[in-house]
Ligand binder design. Structure first.
Ligand code: ADP
Ligand code: MG
Length: 233
């Protein structure tokens, strides 16, 4: 599903260059639930943003579902992003003046899906995350956990090949974090490939494989015994 080889990324700041990713080799098969761990500044978001086609590497190769991701113009990149990828962020990134249903159906609008079908699909995914009753509520009327569920429904709405989550539980208390992880585990159990960036060991243990990033290199990549979030909620 995902294959990257010898990936490098530097940021230029004036005359200084910060080498953030220093030769990353990494692949993810369909159906995996992987966490990328590492302390703040280790390059986790940089890596995830490259995987999410939000940023480009300086060197190395990246193929996503057998498609080489390189030198794509912005239009093609946006098409691939819509088709292949769903994003979940620490701060939810919902549109504040739109209700839950409209937030979830938004990506479908950009894919040219007709209104009736958008609404059906968005309702389906809101039900899936347990928020059918909240369809007409604004984000400001919801708890952090509910907002993240809406964001997860939105990410699922276009049935992407891969879900990418950058610190999805970073803004949530422990109990709510585990509830969100329970939902993510359920989505993975149905076959969805999911990558989660986190610096929290308990969250990483709820995935099936932990990749440890330190100073821009992978220092460890291990299949783990998945802790079931449902045991903790
Ligand atoms: P993490 O997500 O693991 O905390 P990041 O990938 O966000 O780490 O950042 C890795 C390093 O790159 C940090 O030192 C950060 O300050 C730097 N960095 C990230 N984004 C940029 C940018 N757009 N410009 C310059 N430096 C950046
Ligand atoms: Mg980060």
């Amino acid at each position: 599903m995902i294959e990257i080889k010898d990936l490098h990324k530097s940021y230029q700041m004036g005359s200084n260059s910060l080498h953030v990713l220093k030769g990353i080799d990494f692949s993810v098969k369909e159906g995996e639930l992987v966490s990328i761990m590492g302390s703040s500044g280790s390059g986790k978001s940089t890596l995830l943003n490259i995987l999410g086609m939000l940023d480009e590497a300086d060197e190395g190769s990246y193929t996503l579902d057998n498609v080489p991701i390189k030198n794509l113009n912005e239009k093609i990149a946006a098409q691939y992003r819509n088709k292949f990828l769903g994003f979940i962020f620490q701060s939810f990134n919902l549109i504040n003046y739109k209700n839950a249903l409209d937030n979830v159906s938004m990506p479908l609008y950009y894919q040219g899906v007709k209104r009736a079908e958008r609404t059906d699909k968005a309702m389906h995914y809101l039900e899936k995350v347990g928020l059918a009753q909240w369809a007409t509520h604004l984000p400001s009327e919801m708890s952090g956990g509910q907002k993240q569920r809406v964001a997860i429904a939105r990410a699922l709405a276009s049935d992407p090949k891969v879900l990418l989550a950058d610190e999805p539980t970073g803004a949530l208390d422990t109990k709510t974090s585990y509830e969100v992880m329970e939902l993510i585990q359920g989505i993975n159990d149905e076959g969805k490939t999911i990558l989660i960036v986190t610096h929290e060991p308990d969250i990483a243990e709820m995935t099936k494989r932990i990749v440890n990033l330190k100073d821009g290199v992978i220092i460890d990549d291990t299949i783990v015994n998945q802790v079931k979030a449902s045991d903790y909620v």
